[in-house]
Design a protein around this ligand. Structure first.
Ligand SMILES: Nc1ncnc2c1ncn2[C@@H]1O[C@H](COP(=O)(O)OP(=O)(O)OP(=O)(O)O)[C@@H](O)[C@H]1O
Ligand SMILES: [Mg+2]
Length: 245
């Protein structure tokens, strides 16, 4: 097993360019309680670095989605810490957490989660609005939609787009805010191989352009091999971390 880059805390208080985009320690998430309690994520230590691409793989039920939701700030840990910059994310109020998420995290879901009554452009503009961007949202939405090949389709509703196109809107929405961290849970899972690969290639291209760290969960080992590191989950724990060539 190859360890994640060692974290040197000696620099605390001294400016340094090398902070993780996000770091979790002893991260634990228990579903249910008493006899029914189930530890979905069990004491995970992980740092995600700016600009890196990290794949999470493992059997069904091994805690990948639960970990992804904790990293994205959609869910809260039962124990352990989540640190972004100097901020303890796990200690924020619900409102503060939502604000942090809107400004810092892009999330891509397997089933897209687009708002059905909003056009492609409006879906992206809403994310920009929630992130606090006051001006130029329409233009920014047009630009990021063009970067995923949807310049001609910005005014379509999700129902007027193919699955692959909807996923590209989801990618544009997640990346429009230039998030520090992008979390994608089986981003190609609903698409055929070709559309999935195309969507994923766009995702990585736009994310790298924005300097975002990318964490993606997948069952596709070929896709995982394109990441800088591959985290293998078993029973809620990190069994190994592989650094790809
Ligand atoms: N909302 C929930 N309530 C109770 N238990 C849950 C909940 N979500 C997940 N679990 C349990 O936590 C464990 C981890 O689930 P998780 O969804 O993280 O797995 P996964 O690795 O993403 O699996 P898959 O590959 O099937 O998506 C499973 O045993 C699951 O049953
Ligand atoms: Mg899952």
């Amino acid at each position: 097993m190859l360890a994640a880059p060692a974290l040197d805390r000696s620099h605390v208080g001294v400016p340094t360019p090398l902070h993780p985009a996000l770091e979790v320690r002893n991260l634990t998430r228990v579903w249910g309680s008493g006899d029914a309690a189930q530890v979905a994520v069990d004491g995970v230590d992980l740092a995600v670095w700016p600009g890196e691409t990290l794949a999470i793989v493992g059997p069904s039920g091994s805690g990948k989605s639960t970990l992804g939701a904790l990293l994205a700030g959609i869910d809260r840990p039962t124990a352990g810490s989540v640190v972004a910059g100097a901020q303890r994310i796990d200690r924020l109020s619900d409102d503060q957490l939502a604000r942090w998420r809107a400004r810092n995290v892009g999330i891509v879901f397997q089933d897209f989660h687009l708002l059905p009554t909003l056009t492609a452009s409006e879906n992206v503009q809403l994310a920009l609005k929630l992130s606090g961007q006051r001006r130029g949202r329409r233009g920014a939405a047009a630009e990021v939609l063009a970067s995923v090949g949807l310049a001609e389709k910005t005014d379509r509703l999700p129902s007027q787009l193919s699955g692959g196109e909807q996923q590209r809107v989801g990618i544009a929405r997640a990346l429009a805010v230039r998030p520090k961290l992008l979390v994608a849970d089986e981003p190609t899972g609903s698409l055929d191989t070709k559309s999935g690969e195309a969507a994923f290639g766009l995702l990585l291209g736009v994310a790298h352009g924005a300097g975002s760290a990318v964490v993606f969960i997948t069952h596709d080992l070929d896709l995982a091999a394109s990441a800088d590191r591959v985290v293998h989950m078993v029973d809620g724990r990190i069994a190994s971390i592989e650094v790809t060539a």
